[in-house]
Design a protein around this ligand. Structure first.
Ligand SMILES: NC(=O)c1ccc[n+]([C@@H]2O[C@H](COP(=O)([O-])OP(=O)(O)OC[C@H]3O[C@@H](n4cnc5c(N)ncnc54)[C@H](OP(=O)(O)O)[C@@H]3O)[C@@H](O)[C@H]2O)c1
Length: 273
């Protein structure tokens, strides 16, 4: 199989694709031949992402808006269908890492917003895609979770609880939507993006030294995992979570892991990590 063009003819929507992991995913899918519709809140960011994809020779479109707004998610679906006539792939990547802090101090409205962006939006977009295309023609969904969803950690209650819910939603949808639609997730460890800047700027070297694979992640590391999950190469894979974490989960056995106090469970999974 020619993996370079493994997604030729397919159409993908990627949320939160103006930078970071989402943009790298959009590029990876485009390089594999997909036509891509990108979203983010900042119109400049969306324009920049579409321009970058077109500069690669890809067919691309985009729409600015928040995934917290159901109307935006419906419009994104319509945009992909209008522009390209089909919708085979959905990557739910946009997320918020707020509210940060102890849950006893969390504003319930901010808590609800975290679940709206990180969980409800993913369900809504899949519902729209299902009704518009996937229920008849099939498709593949990837939800971007986090390695940190497996732990509890200081100040991370809303983020990690909502990502744990997204993980569960992934499995539930995988069971409900087969055999036509496969639904999987990727769970990144610490990746060098804006969302996690305050973590890797402060502790990136130390985190890297404790990982079996010796470095923190690049957006492209996650993007290639997503590209594989949505491709036919993964046609018998659904309901799974693919850790892309440089060995974060197994670092306790790594020679560098024990020496770095920052790697104790929960101690560096700050928002975005
Ligand atoms: N970086 C890490 O270490 C790490 C680790 C584990 C998991 N993750 C997950 O990876 C995903 C991508 O994060 P990232 O690190 O790439 O972050 P990032 O570089 O900050 O990018 C976030 C993207 O999402 C968009 N976005 C944010 N809120 C949005 C909203 N309400 N509606 C629509 N778009 C929105 C942003 O653009 P606008 O601001 O213009 O909307 C941007 O395009 C997230 O699901 C995150 O939880 C990241």
């Amino acid at each position: 199989m020619d993996t370079q063009r493994s997604l030729a003819g397919r159409v993908a929507v990627v949320t939160g694709a103006s930078r970071g992991i989402g943009h790298a995913v959009a590029v990876a899918l485009a390089e594999a031949g997909a036509r891509v519709c990108v979203t983010a809140r900042d119109p400049e960011g969306v324009r920049g992402s579409v321009d970058a994809l077109r500069a690669l020779g890809a067919e691309a479109t985009g729409l600015a808006g928040s995934v917290a707004d159901p109307a935006h998610l419906r419009e994104v679906t319509e945009r992909a269908m209008d522009a390209f006539g089909r919708l085979d792939i959905v990557v739910n990547n946009a997320a918020t890492n707020q509210p940060y802090g102890p849950l006893m101090e969390a504003d319930p409205d901010d808590w609800r917003e975290a679940f709206t962006v990180n969980v409800e939006a993913a369900l809504r977009l899949v519902q729209y895609a299902w009704r518009a295309w996937m229920s008849e023609h099939g498709g593949a969904v990837v939800n971007v979770c986090t390695e940190g969803a497996a732990h509890v950690g200081r100040n991370l209650g809303a983020y990690c609880t909502s990502k744990a819910a997204l993980l569960h939603l992934t499995q539930q949808l995988a069971g409900e939507l087969g055999p036509l639609v496969r639904v999987n997730s990727v769970s990144p460890g610490l990746v060098r993006t804006e969302m996690a800047r305050f973590v890797w700027e402060r502790a990136g070297e130390s985190v890297a030294a404790g990982l079996p694979l010796g470095r923190i992640g690049r957006p492209e590391d996650v993007a290639s995992a997503v590209r594989w999950l949505v491709s036919d190469e993964a046609s018998w894979v659904t309901g799974t979570d693919l850790l892309v974490d440089g060995g974060t989960r197994v670092r306790a056995a790594s020679p560098g892991g024990a020496a770095h106090a920052v790697h104790r469970p929960g101690s560096y999974h700050l928002p975005g990590a």
